[in-house]
Write a protein that binds this ligand. Structure first.
Ligand SMILES: [Zn+2]
Length: 422
């Protein structure tokens, strides 16, 4: 047995436990059938286990982690001290441990960059982290270093972010807002198999489905599409050769995505009809694309840009899409201009494309429509999807970008239609 697994057995025994789950051993490695079955159940395995062992300091399965964890600090320091107030002065050898840096060793460690690890972190009730310089214990109350320090997480709690560190002790409290933070974190992680994109986060989704009964599909919650659909690419996005998710899902891309806080309180301005099969497409009972149906059908107001408005280059490189190299932290975008609006020179909104291929240089791509998705609570304006016709079926579109419009009347005379987004 490889050293890292042997060490895990040793830790399990010392904890007085009889059972240990190791993915590589407990899932039949050459059976897709078994993998499909077990990968759907991973969430329950993490959630119901007594403790998860995270071997951050092992670089591979042959490496082991116990020897490193024990001998990682410097050589012992010689100390002379009394053990009782009037006792004799004795000589000791002692290891002096500095409080380990949890952030660099665990949060930003190589293990946390692996896509499959996110759901272990989110769902486990207790984690024993064997990190490079120290041992950490993480549970619902926080993180303790082996030297006894309780790591301060108040800053994160003040930021309203409890999803980064620890799931709530009671998973039934998982909210849809937590989900978007996990998605952002998850999209920064690496996956060895690009087809694992949806399966490797399905454990969290399945636990949430079981508790909340919310409808979930392809990485999005169908009762919260006004926010779920409005993701932004943060790194240049790469479309995998293997079509694993529909264009409206963040999972259709490799690369980082971001949810703008600007739309966090959006109210839905569309009607979700359902997820259907494309005519002639193959459908199975699977909830995961690409096997199952994946066409999103919504009813909403749709406008073409050419009617009374136009897109103007906002100074970006016309071949760029996604994150802007000119203005870091921004997305390359077009200005949406409507001359009938007198304020701000008619600048009424912004449109950003996901992919430079769809951006089409300075020429605005043809056959593109804006579909109203949500409105900003308390503020005028809408968020919208930018869609291109596939020309394969009537009213069939694919997502090419997103945008927002601040002029409340822009969709007033727009027709409401049923859209099929593939
Ligand atoms: Zn730009």
């Amino acid at each position: 047995m490889p050293n890292t697994l042997k060490d895990a057995v040793e830790v399990t025994r010392r904890m007085g436990c009889r059972y240990l789950w190791i993915d590589a051993l407990c899932i039949l490695q050459d059976s897709l059938e078994d993998w499909k079955k077990e990968s759907q159940n991973m969430g329950n395995i993490y959630r119901d286990s007594l403790c998860t062992i995270a071997a951050h300091c092992a670089k591979s399965s042959s490496d082991g982690f116990l020897a490193k964890a024990i001998h990682s600090s410097a050589s012992p320091v010689k100390v002379r001290a009394r053990t009782s107030p009037n006792g004799p002065i004795e000589k000791f050898e002692s290891f002096i441990r500095m409080p380990g840096d949890f952030k660099t060793q665990v949060d930003e460690g190589h293990l946390s960059k692996r896509g499959w690890v996110l759901q272990e972190r989110v769902l486990s009730t207790r984690i024993l982290h064997f990190a490079e310089e120290a041992l950490f214990w993480e549970d619902a109350e926080g993180v303790k270093c082996e030297n006894g320090d309780l790591l301060d997480i108040t800053e994160e709690l003040q930021n309203g972010s409890n999803s980064r560190r620890r799931m709530k002790p009671d998973v039934s409290q998982f909210g849809v807002k937590d989900w978007y933070e996990w998605v952002e974190r998850y999209a920064r992680c690496d996956l060895t198999n690009e087809s694992d994109k949806l399966p490797a986060i399905a454990g969290i989704a399945n636990v949430m489905i079981a508790y909340t009964k919310r409808p979930y599909f392809a990485g999005l919650w169908m009762d919260h599409l006004q926010y779920g659909l409005i993701w932004n690419p943060v790194s240049p996005l790469h479309r995998p050769a293997y079509k694993r998710a529909p264009s409206w899902s963040w999972a259709s891309f490799d690369g980082q995505v971001e949810y703008s806080k600007k739309f966090a309180t959006s109210v839905s301005e569309m009607k979700f009809i359902g997820i259907s099969e494309r005519p002639g497409g193959v459908g199975t009972a699977s909830l995961l694309p690409p096997d199952g149906p994946s066409v999103l059908e919504i009813q909403t107001a749709v406008r073409t840009i050419s009617h009374g408005s136009r897109l103007e280059n906002s100074g970006c490189d016309p071949t760029e899409a996604g994150p802007c190299s000119r203005t870091p932290g921004h997305y390359c975008s077009f200005r949406l201009v409507d001359e009938s609006v007198k304020e701000l020179g008619g600048w009424i909104g912004t449109v950003a494309f996901d992919d430079s291929e769809d951006r089409g240089g300075n020429e605005f791509p043809k056959d593109v429509v804006c579909a109203r998705i949500g409105s900003h609570e308390g503020k005028p304006g809408y968020s919208m999807l930018v869609l291109a016709r596939t020309h394969k079926f009537e009213n069939e579109f694919r997502r090419v970008g997103m945008g927002s419009v601040s002029h409340p009347g822009w969709f007033n005379d727009a027709a409401t239609i049923s859209l099929h987004i593939v």
